[in-house]
Write a new protein. Structure first.
Length: 278
């Protein structure tokens, strides 16, 4: 059976989601850090353990076998391996995988400007890898948007969990998601960052849904055993939840990425380390 880019990208999303949920087969004893790990600490960790490292290594091999069309899969998988190695404090391996990702077209300089990488900004190996990265103005705009959208979704998920406290209805509200950009990027790093956003959307959506299902189940149980249950309040809560959900969906749609007129497509060196703030 011949692999397809679509199938391998789906596998990358699955593995990244497992990492976000803390479902690694061999969790690190070290201190977590970075965007992915901040999400991991917020997740429940429920579900089967996954050998994320083995899965990413397999993606490198399968992406390589696809030739040029699979290069961005190689970039994605190597970036995932670099993330795992950084998390486990295996810095030599992390830099090696990061170098492999950049060689395959990885261009997410926004991610490497995260303050968690500050200790490496003075490392000649890290700066040499960063110096080999190229990105267009248009791609950099989208990479900044993708990072901000992850942050926005995290805030939305937190606010939704607060808003749902004390709801008496039995409905389930979906977490609003902004549409993915459809433009053709100039570098592989944009494809990778899009997949990472999809993984975050999936994980946060699932967490929000699980919380709503638990609340709904509890409310159904209470309505069956407690004569004091307030059906009118439950209906009001349902109407209010629907109103808030519609408002959040409109807000997510309004956040959709819009290309900046005149943004260049030519590849150029990434901005200096520490200069990108999101």
């Amino acid at each position: 059976m011949v692999d397809s880019v679509q199938a391998l990208s789906g596998r990358f999303v699955d593995l990244t989601a497992a990492l976000l949920q803390g479902r690694e087969a061999q969790p690190s004893p070290g201190q977590p850090g970075g965007l992915r790990d901040r999400f991991s600490r917020a997740m429940t960790g429920a579900g089967l353990k996954v050998d994320v490292a083995a899965g990413m290594r397999d993606l490198v091999l399968r992406g390589t076998a696809l030739g040029p069309q699979g290069q961005w899969i190689v970039a994605a998988a190597n970036s995932g391996l670099a993330t795992l190695a950084f998390k486990h404090r295996n810095y030599d391996a992390a830099l090696s995988h990061l170098g492999g990702a950049v060689a395959a077209g990885y261009s997410n300089c926004v991610a490497l400007n995260d303050p968690i990488f500050r200790p490496f900004w003075g490392d000649p190996r890290f700066t040499a890898i960063y110096g080999r990265m190229r990105v267009s103005e248009a791609d950099l705009d989208e990479l900044l948007w993708l990072t901000r959208e992850i942050q926005a979704m995290s805030r939305e998920a937190t606010q939704a969990s607060i808003d749902n406290i004390g709801r008496h209805d039995t409905g389930v509200s979906l977490l609003a998601q902004a549409p993915l950009p459809m433009r053709e990027p100039q570098t592989a790093g944009v494809f990778v960052a899009r997949l990472e956003l999809i993984a975050v959307q999936r994980v946060l959506q699932q967490v929000a849904m699980n919380a709503d299902i638990n609340r709904s189940s509890n409310n159904i149980s209470l309505s069956l055993i407690d004569d004091s249950w307030d059906d009118r309040q439950a209906r009001r809560d349902s109407w209010e939840a629907d109103r808030v959900e519609r408002a959040r969906q409109r807000a997510a749609e309004a956040r959709a990425f819009r290309e900046r007129p005149g943004a260049g497509r030519a590849l150029m060196p990434c901005p200096p380390l520490g200069s990108l703030v999101v």
